[in-house]
Design a protein around this ligand. Structure first.
Ligand SMILES: Cc1ncc(COP(=O)(O)O)c(C=O)c1O
Length: 411
């Protein structure tokens, strides 16, 4: 009866029914334990069924479960903004809620586009983005991932125009990286010379392109890119949906750079993986362009579950846990484990913070290795020829070591 996401139902095995979560583990109906080494699509930062987040949710549910977020506000949303303020760049002071990663991106794209309409500069209609990005499965998010996206090609006739920039992929032992970066910036400069005044915004996943294949590029390149497009008045959107909340070893991937975008998009880990919630955070400059007596300048966008109080309460608790000394130490421990441990047959090994990834020679080999980890109760999910580990922060080092060991034995 159920139609699963991202699943070819004709060939995929039937799903395993999970009845309980316990930290980094999922427990099936038959009592088998599965180590969730991809944090259930990058959301469960603190593992499953964290009792403190569960309690915060229960308490909020008994007080106020939901209310329309137009004429009304509520403490959990206001508190969440207060809690985020110390970790979000000061320049980004306006918080717009929605309820998943794709909608956080749609909001940023629409705000950027309407900003130029509202300030009377409506020719800025094009988007720029990095080849191999992934921003979600709604039409705006698909459009800015470009027509080459392996996920969305079927719909490409319906996309709005986005110009793609190459990515100088970075991995252990990469050669001539600066020359590659210089070449891309040179090409970008030439293109902007021709159409820079027609571009609305650049969107990218800072440092780590997740769903394309856990591909890294350098912070130096990111800074140069942002500084270059800014010369043309182009707005910048950082999708930190996957990279946010210590995933890359810093609170946000942008913290590896000296640049601040005009928008950041947050979701996934925001509630510690308990409930869907998202934020698009932007500056006063953007916000002010929507203030008007002319109603057409209003941002006419919203979702039924905007700023759901229960989700906001979960996010407040998740952030509190994230900022504890013990969690920060766990992030460092996982990061150090990736740095210190070799996968000798890995191709293009790359690691940033709590994420490590590598390629293997073929998709068949990737699937073979993943099948062996599955037999050993470890849940990983390959991305084509790429295998990656993206653990919840509560994972213990023995479980990490066992995962490396099984991978190494079958590569
Ligand atoms: C970087 C990035 N942006 C956006 C999204 C879309 O988020 P959602 O699946 O919540 O719509 C994802 C999902 O994997 C993502 O990795």
């Amino acid at each position: 009866m159920i139609w699963r996401p991202f699943t070819q139902e004709k060939t995929a095995p039937p799903p395993v029914k999970i009845i309980r979560g316990d930290g980094a583990y999922l427990i099936s109906e038959g009592g088998k334990r599965y180590l969730d080494m991809i944090s259930s699509w990058f959301v469960n930062m603190h593992g499953h069924a964290h009792p403190e987040i569960a309690d915060a949710i229960a308490q909020q549910a008994k007080t106020l479960e939901h209310v329309i977020f137009t004429r009304f506000s509520h403490d959990p949303a206001e508190q969440l903004v207060e809690n985020l303020k110390p970790i979000v760049p000061k320049k980004l002071s306006r918080y717009f809620f929605s309820d998943n990663g794709s909608t956080a991106v749609e909001v940023a794209i629409k705000m950027a586009y309407q900003y130029f309409q509202n300030i009377g500069d409506p020719d800025h209609k094009l988007f720029l983005s990095l080849e191999g990005g992934y921003y979600g499965d709604t039409f705006g998010a698909m459009s800015v991932a470009g027509t080459n996206s392996k996920y969305h090609a079927t719909f490409s006739d319906l996309f709005f125009k986005t110009i793609m920039i190459d990515v100088p992929e970075y991995y252990d032992g990469v050669e001539f990286i600066e020359a590659k970066e210089n070449e891309i910036i040179r090409k970008l400069e030439k293109m902007l010379g021709e159409i820079g005044d027609k571009v609305c915004a650049l969107i990218l996943e800072p440092l780590l392109q997740g769903s394309f294949g856990m591909r890294l590029y350098r912070a130096e390149f990111l800074e140069r890119l942002v500084n270059k497009v800014r010369e043309y008045g182009i707005l910048v959107i950082f999708d930190e949906i996957l990279t946010g909340f210590q995933r890359t070893g810093r609170m946000f991937a942008m913290n590896y750079t000296n640049v601040t975008p005009d928008f950041i998009c947050l979701s996934k880990g925001l509630t510690g993986g308990f409930l869907p919630l998202a934020l698009t955070i932007t500056s006063e400059k953007i916000y002010d362009a929507f203030l008007s007596d002319d109603k057409r300048k209003t941002f006419l966008h919203g979702h039924s579950y905007t700023a759901n109080p229960i989700a906001c309460a979960a996010a407040c608790k998740s952030l509190e846990i994230l900022r504890r000394k013990e969690t920060v130490a766990k992030v460092e421990e996982i990061s150090e484990f990736h740095r210190a441990n070799d996968i000798p047959k890995a191709l293009k090994r790359r690691s940033v913070g709590t994420v490590t990834a590598f390629d293997v020679e073929s998709e068949d080999l990737a699937n073979f290795v993943i099948d062996r980890t599955w037999e050993n109760g470890i849940f990983l999910r390959p991305l084509g020829k790429t295998i990656y580990i993206f653990p919840p922060y509560c994972v213990n080092v023995d479980d990490l070591a066992n995962t490396y060991d099984i991978i190494n034995r079958h590569l």
